[in-house]
Structures are given as structure tokens and as C-alpha cells.
Ligand binder design. Structure first.
Ligand code: ATP
Ligand code: MG
Length: 391
């Protein structure tokens, strides 16, 4: 029995003049993710993408990857048969055998996009219903709340039979929404922020601030591991590691302790903006959530924003920690995020950070530093790491 995966495109993709380019990007992303698995043909017709295995390619593995590709609303593994009613009936009875045995009630939904096929959809459903009732006498038809919906699709390339479709990752195909630089720590929030913007079509570049010898190599590896998980959804990316210890030492020595975190955050924005511009990014992304910590109050965000001109996307701004954690579990970053390696932010934490900072005070405090030289030093010490999907 020939099996394929049928993919339904997200609603966004079906609308407007951009449809062609969205669809092309999605096909490219699917092909790229399936290539290492070998032997799949990927083609699209009539708002459906077909993934057809050639020579025993691994459909289970393909399904796992397809579940993480943005721009897909749903997908189903289906049995492909020739467009002849007896073959279709028999295929359904065999292919969905286990589901049919487990169900008490069912209904049939048919769709005929090949208008040359001699039967209309209601006739296809009626014949299929009759056949299955005879083959599985324990079944009853329930059109309102069936245990199982048997789906029959008569399409250009053949007839397809399948059961319940699986939910896709939703969103918009990666790379169709421009590029942005995500400021990534080893925490719970920023990987979720990266994932959320990738879901809206953004191609990611990552910037991580590390402070050896205060932070360990293991802490940096943790960030690489987190990004590898995110890239299962977003596609590969480049990570820039910024040496940050000198900046932090300079702030410690020359600035008031209560402003330490904010001045550090301003530096992060300044340096990240330079990297973003070099990399052709139109925005930056952070994992800030309003009021979560002292540096994320509204007055604090006003100060952070003043450090850079590029727009800062903060997809978590209105979310509670629990909501963020739920997403991080769903995308499998949580377990890595809670590994206990120190981030550069936690190395020097002031005892009493200012929660209502005033921008003028911050700018005044920063005058004690040679910001241009420190920024330059950061940019000269950048390290590049290529990030690939973990699985
Ligand atoms: P996260 O869980 O993402 O670390 P957080 O709640 O710990 O966030 P902060 O430590 O205040 O919050 O950091 C706020 C945001 O600043 C982070 O979400 C991230 O975007 C950025 N950021 C923090 N530390 C770093 C770092 N070492 N490198 C790059 N960006 C960072
Ligand atoms: Mg953090």
C-alpha cells in the first residue's frame, strides 16, 4: 500500500498576492528539512503539498520534522490509490483497519477536486459508508459526533484515504518575514521569544553575550543547544558570541551599582544593533516580559529602548511566566534552560536595582565609560558559530 503525507497550507498562505512566494518558501523549507532523510519527492497542487517517499524513505521521521515547519496548518498520513471506486473502498477498509476496529461510530467526508471523476462527493461518501458498515458490522454512522472521520480525497495525482489529520505548527513559512537578531541568553524566555518570531516568518540571527572567565564554556554550549532546538522550527542560523567581561568590569568600577543591570542592557542593545545591521536584520528580538524583573519595568524598558534605533520586538511582553514556560516545554527548550550554568547577567547582580530609572541619570552614569571603545572591543572579539537543527 502506497503511503504519502498530505500537507494543508496555513490560512495566511492562502490569501492575497503573496501566496506564490509563501508557497515557494514553504516547499523549499520542507525539502531542506527532509533532504537528510533521503528519498522524498515534494510537490504542490491545489493548496496541498504532497510528500511522496521513494524507496522506503522513513515516513515517521518525516512526520516529526513536518510537525515543526511553520506555514502548515495540518497534515495527514494518507494511503494513495488509483482513482477507481473498488480500489478506494478496499484501501480504506485495510488502511484504517485499526482505527475502524477501535471506533464505535464514524462518518465519511469526501472531497473531489478532480471533476472528471464520475461520482460526486456525496455519492463517494455514501458508497464508502455502505462498504465500511458491511465490512465492520459493529460500526454505526454518526454524522454529528463520530469517533472517526474517514476522509476520501479525489485529487489530480490520485485518490487518497486518511483519518484524523494532525495539527501543524501554524504560523508563516520561515524566511518570508525578513530577518531579525535575537538576543539570546541561557534562560527560559529568550528561546521562546525567538521561536515566536520565527513562527511569524522571521529568519533568525542570534547574539549571545558571554563573560569568560566569569561564565563557563558550558554556559555557552547551553545556548548553542537551545538554539539548535529552536532551529528545528526556524531553520539554521548563525550565532555571534560577544566577549562581555570587560564591559561588565568597567560598569562595576565606574557606575552606580543600582544602575548596573540597566547600563549593561543598554550595552547589549548597542552592540547587538551593530551586529544586526551588519547582518541585514531589520529588528532585534528580546525575551522581556513587562514587570518580570527590575530591568523590565516600563521606565526600565524606556531606557533600554533609547540605546538603539532598530525596532525591538518583544513577543513575550504581555505574557505570564507560566504561559512562557508552557511554550518552552512544548518546543522542548525548558529542560535545557533550567540547566544550572551561570549567565553573564547573574554574575554581577546589584542588590537593589532601580525599578524606576530615569533616562537622564542613566546617560549621565554612562559618561564615566568610554562607550565607543568598549563597543568596538566587543565587535572585534565576535565569535561565529553555525547552528543546525538538533534533530
Ligand atoms: P531570559 O530567560 O531570556 O534570560 P530573563 O527573564 O532572565 O530572560 P533578563 O536576564 O533581564 O531576563 O534578560 C532580558 C532579555 O535580555 C533576555 O530575554 C534576552 O533577550 C536578553 N539577554 C539577557 N542576557 C543575555 C545574554 N547573556 N546574551 C544575549 N541576550 C541576553
Ligand atoms: Mg536571563
Amino acid at each position: 500500500m502506497d503511503e504519502v503525507i498530505l500537507i494543508k497550507l496555513g490560512e495566511m498562505v492562502l490569501k492575497g498576492l503573496n501566496r506564490g512566494s509563501f508557497e515557494a518558501a514553504l516547499l523549499k523549507n520542507i525539502r531542506r528539512r527532509l533532504l537528510p532523510l533521503g528519498g522524498f519527492e515534494v510537490k504542490s497542487a491545489q493548496s496541498t503539498v504532497y510528500v511522496i517517499p521513494r524507496g522506503g524513505a522513513d515516513l515517521d521521521a518525516a512526520e516529526e520534522r513536518i510537525a515543526k515547519i511553520f506555514g502548515i496548518i495540518a497534515f495527514s498520513r494518507a494511503c494513495a490509490v488509483e482513482k477507481k471506486m473498488p480500489a478506494i473502498l478496499e484501501a480504506a477498509g485495510e488502511y484504517l483497519k485499526n482505527d475502524l476496529l477501535a471506533a464505535k461510530t464514524f462518518k465519511v467526508e469526501s472531497k473531489r477536486s478532480d471533476k472528471i471523476f464520475p461520482l460526486q462527493s456525496p455519492q463517494i461518501s455514501a458508497q464508502m459508508g455502505e462498504y465500511l458498515l458491511e465490512k465492520y458490522p459493529h460500526l454505526r454512522v454518526d454524522v454529528h459526533h463520530p469517533d472517526l472521520v474517514v476522509r476520501v480525497e479525489i485529487r489530480d495525482f490520485g485518490a487518497y484515504v486518511h483519518g484524523q489529520p494532525l495539527r501543524g505548527a501554524g504560523g508563516i513559512p520561515a524566511g518570508t518575514g525578513g530577518k531579525a537578531a535575537v538576543l539570546i541568553s541561557g534562560g527560559i524566555d529568550s528561546p521562546v521569544a525567538a521561536w515566536m518570531m520565527a513562527k511569524r516568518g522571521i529568519e533568525l540571527t542570534a547574539v549571545h553575550f558571554a563573560s569568560p572567565p566569569y561564565t563557563s564554556e558550558r554556559a555557552e554550549q547551553k545556548v548553542v543547544d537551545l538554539l539548535s532546538r529552536v532551529s528545528e522550527y526556524s531553520g539554521r542560523m548563525t550565532m555571534f558570541t560577544v566577549p562581555f567581561a570587560h564591559v561588565q568590569e568597567a560598569i562595576m568600577q565606574h557606575c552606580p551599582e543600582e544602575l548596573f543591570t540597566l547600563i549593561m542592557r543598554s550595552f547589549m542593545m548597542r552592540v547587538s544593533e551593530k551586529i544586526a545591521e551588519q547582518e541585514g536584520c531589520a529588528a532585534m528580538i528580546t525575551g522581556e516580559s513587562l514587570g518580570q524583573v527590575a530591568s523590565q519595568t516600563l521606565p526600565a524598558l524606556v531606557c533600554t529602548d533609547a540605546a538603539a534605533n532598530l525596532p525591538v520586538l518583544r513577543p513575550l511582553i504581555g505574557m505570564d511566566k507560566l504561559e512562557i514556560i508552557n511554550i518552552s516545554r512544548k518546543i522542548d527548550t525548558f529542560d535545557i534552560s533550567i540547566e544550572p550554568y551561570e549567565d553573564c547577567c547573574t554574575v554581577f547582580t546589584p542588590k537593589h536595582p532601580r525599578t524606576r530609572p530615569v533616562l537622564a541619570d542613566l546617560l549621565e552614569a554612562e559618561r564615566a565609560l568610554d562607550c565607543a571603545a568598549l563597543t568596538e572591543e566587543c565587535l572585534n572579539g565576535l565569535k561565529l558559530t553555525k547552528i543546525y537543527p538538533a534533530r
